[in-house]
Design a protein around this ligand. Structure first.
Ligand code: ATP
Ligand code: MG
Ligand code: FE
Length: 349
């Protein structure tokens, strides 16, 4: 069947259509610009934007695929993690469609969506693979076997901030526009990555921290560096600061990811999530994987950040695995831990 995927966990309203692992059509709307003057996502603004965007985005994905509503054979929707008010809008829409069409509904974990995004470009994931998921709210190293049948093993997570948060917060202190990650990436092009010796948190010392991340210290270091220049009345060498911060983040992420592959004797590394769009994360991962004889998979940019196609990709895998659909009274789980790709909290109880 054709699976419709709906994503509304944050500020992107996404719809995608997938059948047998193939992406048929997609559409995306974003309320990003409406949040820019607040320097971060405002949940009520995001939720209202989803209400306006959902129907046009679903229609847009159908038009993109050359399909009609009646062609939809199953509906998959992000039920968590994410902003409650934003998740509610997507889930309500998905339930209405599934009920009206008489097709099964699947609740999907947003992060499993980020992982599955890569399958739309590069085919099924090898079993096992190491996944570095690095986004606005999460930074984890995972050992993934069968994404929809097996539990997901966390090799390590961040103790504090996500890498995307570090990009976004430091960009704000640097006076760069929101969202900060892409702005740092652009600004870094003209800079020297060795100009500022930013720390590489948790890369030395206790073996227990080998696959664990910490980005709050790096965030503070970035802010201190900018403040020191301002206090001394010196102009901020922004390009050098951005390049050095980006280098520190990319260094830590890729070093630990490659070490995790070696430790677990895994031949494939998959890097996913919004920060996988970063040019230096991509190039350094490529360098280090090729040196270590590891196959690297990174989705194209448009599949790295939030979208509906990635949720449809998980739904398609669940359908083909014969997974149990969610009951129509399924609820959202805004802080769901990533254990299974299917997320049907509150099911039937
Ligand atoms: P989560 O998936 O953890 O719930 P999210 O959905 O908000 O969080 P994504 O959409 O996956 O996150 O990614 C957004 C993050 O990716 C932001 O922090 C953004 O700054 C970062 N990002 C996007 N493009 C780039 C880039 N080129 N360089 C660095 N960071 C980037
Ligand atoms: Mg976003
Ligand atoms: Fe995301």
């Amino acid at each position: 069947p054709v699976v419709l995927g709906i994503e509304s966990s944050c500020d992107e309203t996404g719809a995608g259509l997938v059948r047998d692992g193939r992406l048929l059509g997609r559409a995306l709307a974003s309320s990003m610009a409406e949040h820019a003057r607040f320097g971060g996502v405002v949940p009520e603004i995001a939720a209202r934007a989803h209400v306006h965007a959902l129907t046009p985005v679903v229609r847009g994905a159908l038009a993109d695929a050359g399909l009609r509503t009646a062609d939809i054979g199953a509906v998959a929707v992000t039920t968590g993690p994410g902003l409650s008010s934003a998740l509610q809008v997507g889930l309500a829409g998905a339930k209405g469609l599934a009920y009206a069409l008489g097709v099964p509904l699947y609740g999907v974990h947003h992060l499993a969506g980020h992982v599955a995004a890569d399958t739309l470009e590069h085919g099924p994931l090898p079993d096992p693979c190491v996944v570095l998921i690095v986004s606005g709210g999460h930074t984890s190293l995972l050992l993934v076997r069968d994404l929809v049948r097996d539990p997901i093993t966390h090799l390590g997570d961040t103790l504090d901030d996500a890498a995307g948060e570090c990009f976004d917060k430091v960009a704000r202190v640097f006076g760069l526009p929101y969202p900060g990650g892409p702005a740092i990436d652009r600004t870094a092009r003209e800079g020297d990555p060795r100009a500022v010796p930013f720390p590489r948190p948790l890369t030395t010392g206790a073996p227990a921290n080998r696959f664990t991340f910490s980005f709050s210290g790096l965030k503070t270091a970035g802010a201190r560096w900018a403040e020191a220049h301002r206090a001394a009345g010196r102009p901020l060498p922004l390009a050098d600061g951005a390049a050095s911060l980006q280098e520190a983040i990319a260094d830590v992420l890729t070093r630990k990811a490659v070490a995790a592959c070696a430790e677990h004797d895994v031949r494939t590394l998959v890097v996913v999530g919004g920060v996988a769009a970063n040019s230096r994360v991509r190039s350094l991962a490529e360098e280090r994987c090729s040196a270590a004889g590891i196959t690297l998979r990174v989705p194209p940019l448009r599949l790295c950040t939030d979208n509906g196609a990635m949720i449809a990709a998980v739904g398609d895998l669940l359908v083909r695995a014969g997974a149990e659909p969610a009951p129509l009274d399924v609820s959202i789980d805004p802080s769901a831990p990533l254990e299974y790709a299917a997320l049907h909290p509150g099911a039937g109880s």
